[in-house]
Ligand binder design. Structure first.
Ligand code: R5P
Length: 302
């Protein structure tokens, strides 16, 4: 669907291909933005495209956010100074959603603080499956127009085409929301485990119900794979129950440090993620879903 020639996409580093793809889908302009670092590590941003009076869409996946956020905010502030009519952010992965509570006295409630920071700079946001646990909707902390896309139908389509006789497994209670949808669309049974996190890499996951695993391929589905400890601990239990080799499906494959190698070593038979976070496990394309949603949003809000 073509929208308007008055829309300019600007890609922050490493988002060029998604940004170009979206601009082509929408018949919009791909603008030029230069982002680099000075020798002392400070960020340099230059928007080298005329954007006065235009709808500017910044494309910036926010995994490893601390390396990217300042450039993003400088880009948004510069777009505003150059007269952009409106500034939107497409962040297929939205960072800082997991610290949704002060677990200990004095901790920063970074999910809320990050939201407040971004909302000072951008007018709307589009993202995919933000981690919603104690916050029940994105709007609770992002008081700007927000489009939340759900990858469950795409995950289900991938499982249908790639896994025979699956049983879908969610590793913790908050995964119930997407696991139930994935299982329904896959026409497979599902179960949800209990997880207790004692530290960044210290996770305990409950034993799955063996009767549901018989003659089926376990498919672990999670919204984020970060250290992969959650999936690794679940795989350990599946091994004890001698199930078929498990498949791991993640929406956002962040894979911090050696997580990918450790997950493979733990026995993941196949790992598939969406390209919301670029990684060699990407097997599920979200760009058309984003493009379709942007087309509707831009038409309805212009
Ligand atoms: C948190 O509750 C999420 O849904 C994921 O389960 C979690 O982020 C996975 O993290 P890790 O890969 O570090 O275990």
């Amino acid at each position: 669907m073509k929208v308007t020639s008055n829309t300019v996409f600007l890609a922050l580093p490493d988002n060029e291909s998604l940004s170009k793809n979206l601009a082509t889908q929408l018949g919009a302009e791909s603008g030029v933005i230069v982002v680099r670092h000075f020798p002392d590590g400070e960020s340099y941003v230059r928007i080298d495209t005329s954007i006065s009076g235009k709808d500017v869409i910044l494309v910036c996946g926010l995994h490893n956010p601390d390396k990217k956020v300042l450039s993003l905010l400088f880009a948004a502030a510069t777009a505003r100074e150059l007269g952009a009519k409106r500034i939107g952010l497409v962040a297929p992965y939205l960072a800082y959603m997991r610290q949704d509570k002060r677990f200990k006295f004095g901790e920063s409630l970074s999910s809320l603080q990050f939201a407040q920071l971004l909302c000072r700079y951008v007018d709307w946001i589009t993202t995919i499956d933000p981690h919603l646990h104690r916050w029940t909707s994105l709007a609770e902390i992002y008081p700007i127009p927000g489009t939340v896309l759900h990858s469950a139908p795409l995950l289900a389509a991938w499982i249908r085409s790639n896994v025979k006789n699956p049983v879908v497994i969610g590793p913790d209670s908050e995964s119930q929301q997407w696991v139930s949808e994935v299982a329904r669309d896959t026409n497979a049974p599902y179960l949800v485990l209990d997880k207790t996190r004692h530290g960044d890499r210290d996770v305990v996951v409950s034993l799955p119900d063996a009767s549901m695993l018989r003659d089926r391929t376990p498919v672990l589905v999670d919204d984020i794979i970060s250290t992969a400890r959650t999936m690794i601990m679940a795989i350990k239990h599946l091994g004890e129950q001698r199930t078929a080799p498990p498949v791991c499906v993640g929406v956002h494959g962040i894979f911090s440090q050696n997580a990918y190698a450790e997950l493979v070593a733990a026995g993941a038979h196949r790992i598939a993620t969406t390209n919301a976070v670029p990684h060699e496990t990407n097997a599920i394309d979200v760009s058309n879903m984003i493009g379709d949603a942007l087309a509707v949003f831009l038409q309805e809000s212009n």
